[in-house]
Structures are given as structure tokens and as C-alpha cells.
Design a protein around this ligand. Sequence first.
Ligand code: F6R
Length: 604
Amino acid sequence: MCGIVGYLGSKKTKDILLDGLSELEYRGYDSAGIAVLQNNNFSVFKAVGKLVNLQEKAATFDPSGFAIGIGHTRWATHGKPTELNAHPHLGESSYVVHNGIIENYAALKRNLQEDGIKFLSQTDTEVIVHLFEKELKSSGSVFNAFTKTISQLHGAFAILLVTKSESDTIFFAKQGSPMIVGRDTEDEKYFASSDTPLIGKCSEVIYLDDGDYGYVTPSEISIFDKNAHKKAPHFSKLSTNKLSAQKNGFRFFMEKEIYEQSEVIIDTLMGRISDNEINFEELDSNLFEGINEIKLCACGTSYHSALASSYLFERYAKIRVSVEIASEFRYKEPLLCKDTLFVAISQSGETADTLETLKMAKEAGLKTLVLCNVDNSSMVRLADASILTRAGIEKGVASTKAFATQVVVFWMLTLYIAKIKNSLTPNEIEKQISLLREIPSVLQIKDGLHEKITRLSKRYLHGHGFFFIGRDVFYPLALEGALKLKEISYLHAEGYPSGEMKHGPIALADPELFTIALLPQHMLYEKSKSNVEELSARDSTICAISPIEFDKADDYIKISNVRDYMLEFFEMMVIVQLLSMEIAIRLGNDVDMPRNLAKSVTVE
Ligand code: F6R
């Protein structure tokens, strides 16, 4: 995920910016840049890849005395990781850095281009600086131009802007993306998109609220709220522990990433949904021409997201789908036909088995698509087309938010194809899109839920095994729940289709067999309930996850009364992730680095 830093003062501006960016490295990035304004002259450096490349480029640059500067680490969303696409972005005499996504950038860009403005990059960010300079020509003041600019932006953003027109000022705005202003001595100001770059540099900080915007100068911090009312700055003391700041106060990265899911889905959806259609700018509409079948191929958690999606593809897009485990697919001598679209799914884009299957598909002349979280990864480079899931870097080895974003992208892709194939009516597509918009709120962890799961977890630390069971998309979710639990707790767990239990596994049922039953009200409730009752009758210990209280269960975790099974899917996903994590923590395990596992599996 992108990171922002800013500095105004008389210390070593370049070093402060580069140090700040290095504190943001843990978030993941693929290019970086800084712009420093001193004596009305800009010095700008950008580099693709690791920060050391940027440091090398700026090695001989040594500004001393008063300066203002902004810096950025970029995790590509719009446009490839190139120097031209790296921030800061230039207008005529101003630079901007930005986190988030400007949803209406395409329309703004068209208007600016009609006015004769030339764009250098493929990013959404560049519109901000051109819009600002256009407003500057007709506005009475620089701040007025900045205010008018941000009022035209839709989406989520955190922005810093510096301009020769006011060379002792940094302008800022925050909407849906974090931004912090810090100060040490009175005439020195800092900015960062998270605490870590500020630790050890500032004593006090202001956590900006959504809708806040303003400017800082050596003598002043001016903040306005979303209603344009001036706010009194509210300073807080800054934590001194960097690792805990990186974890945002959570005990583990995995926990932070579970909580982050609501926020990252906003990024996943951004710019891709309107009221009545799905728009994947990265896809050529003829990708689906002549395609009669989709083959999804992946490993582990990514395989589970593919399996869940296969239900959606057939249900909504009415297209034949098969799902393959990459390590099996490689050697089964598969029949590959040219009317099949081959889709590889991978968080990292580097998993050896999945990468090899992608090569096989290409060699067989199939059209290929990759769903991936890492731009410029091997799979993204190899496939004909790619869709980025925009989960940001995932540090916990057990995948959580990457899975959530994969399912969301697949759901959108289903609707995208449904539109091409006319398999859903416009009204049905609109309804599905309105459901997609509800995912972020469904993923917010409700008061008391985590505490309840922590309490329950103490009853599930022993036994001879777990069965996670569900039907339809809740079966792949059951597989994913079981995988999460075994990865981090080292307890034996299996995912099973609820209806299959009586064909064998029910023989294991006794009080020491723990069943985690996924019982959504909007998908085969009565049938799933009967399957759980069969287990309850044989004395298996049951934890039911459902919006409807279930009296045959030993434990019950209630989900909300949402209006569709896919919303129930996401709420249950969070619960199985938290339950697995709390069991593992009680067992004393390091849930971020479970034994024997690696984050990226680049060997066969
Ligand atoms: C489990 C997990 C793994 C990965 C698998 C594929 O939590 O993360 O099962 O899903 O190794 O990795 P990617 O998605 O990077 O191809």
C-alpha cells in the first residue's frame, strides 16, 4: 500500500523524507520518489524498485537550510510501476503525492485534456496537480485553488501538495485514507500516512479526520473540516514503539489484517463499480470473445477463493467453470481448448506451481488472466491480462485480506461477464452491485464479537479434530476456515460439504469432534441445519455460526441479519479467521510466523 511523508523545516530535508519512506517499506511498494522545494527551486528524484535506488539517485543532493519536501512509496494501482507513474507528480510548478484512488479521475482527465493539458503518467493522481494549476489561474489565492481542487475529487485520498506559488507551505487533504500531521519545535512540521515515520521525530501529532484539509507554514497549522469550518488542532502524544505502531496497536499483523479488510475492500471496489455496471479498465472487452469455459487454477487459500467463485460464475454469468489445484493440474496432462479462458489466482504472483500452469496455458494458446495482489510479479508479467486485488502487503503468513479481496474481484468479474453475456437483467446487476457496496460495512467487526470469540476459543484447544462444514459457497469458506486453523494452531481441521458428512466422516462424531457449522439463512438453511442436527445427534460438539439461533449447538456465534448469502459469507469469513487466531494465540503460537510455512512458495 502506498505511503506518504512530508517535512517543512530547516533540518536535513532529504534525509528526513528518505528515513520516513524507509519506515513505510513494511507496507510494500514498487517505486518511490521525493520532491524538495528550496529557494523556489524544485529538486525531484524518482526510482522504480527498492528505496536504495532512490537513495542512490539522490546521493549528491544535500539541501541545507529551510526547505519543504514531500515523498511517496507507490504500490501500483493505476498504471505500471515505472518512474513516470511514481509520485510526486508534476504540473507546471507544483508537485503532488497521493494515497487512495480518485474515482472520477477519468472524467476529470478528459476535461483537462480538452483544455490542452498533457499528461505524463497513467495515474489517477496526476489529475490533482493539473486541476490545482487550472484553478490557480482563476482563483484569488493558492489555498482557494487547493480547496476548489479537492472539492471536485471523488473517492478516497490523502494528499500533500507543494507549489512555487507559495514556497513555504504544504497543502494537505484527507478523505478516507490516513494522514497525520506532526510537530516538534514550533517552526517544524511533519506529515505521514502512518505513525512509524514520525516516531522519534515529533513529540505530538494530529490524526486528521475524514474531510479535513488545510495547510502548514513555519508559523501555523490551519485545519478546516468537511464543512469548511476552521478547527482547533488537537494534538496527541505519539507512541514510541515502532513495531507496535506498524501493527497499529494490534498484537499480530494477522489481527491487524483481519481488521483492515473492511478498508481494503473499499480500495478493491474503487473505480470499478458504478450504479449499474462493473468496469475493469485493465481488461480488453474482447478478452471474453469466443470463450465458452473458464478454468481457475491456484494453490491454498487462493484455490479456495477460486472455488467459492466458481459457484458465482455458473450462477450469475452462466458460464462453465472448472477449478484446479495447480500442483495437480501440472501433471494431469489436461485437455486445453482454445475456447477456455485460463485464470490463475495468486496473492504473491510468484507461487511456482501456479506460475507453471500459467505457462502451460500460454503454450497451449489459451487466453490468460491473472488475479493478483502484486503488480509486476512474474504472473502479472506473463499473463495476457491482470486484475490487481489491491489488498496491500500482507505480512501474516496466514492469508486473510488477500482472500477477501480475491473473492470480491471474482464477484465483480462474474457481473462483468454477466453483462457481456446478458445472463443477468440490468436490475439484477444493479442489485448485485448494491450488495458489493455493503461488503465494507459487513466486514467491520461489531462490538463484543471479538471478545465473545476470544471467550469461546478456550473450549476448542483439544479434541481429536475439527470439521468446518458448509454448503454452496460456504463449503469453500469451510475449507478456508479449516486451513486457517491448521496453519496457525497446528490442530487437525478439515473443511467438508455439510451434505457429505453422512457419507463417511460422521463416523468420527463424538464429543471430542468439534464441528464449526456455517449456517447462513439465505443459502440452503434447512438442508444445512439437518446436516448439523445429524452431527449433534451423535454428540459432536458444535459451534454454529448463523443469524438464526440454533438450539442443537453447544456454542452459537450470531451474525447480522443481512439481505444476501454473499454478505453472510463475508461476515462468517471474519468469524472463522478470528476464531482460528484466538485458538492459536491461546495455544501460545506465533500466528504471524507459523512453523514450517513461508509467505511465498517459489518451489514446487
Ligand atoms: C494460506 C496461504 C497459502 C497461499 C498459497 C498460494 O494462508 O496463504 O495457502 O494461499 O501458498 O499462495 P499465492 O496466493 O501467493 O499463490
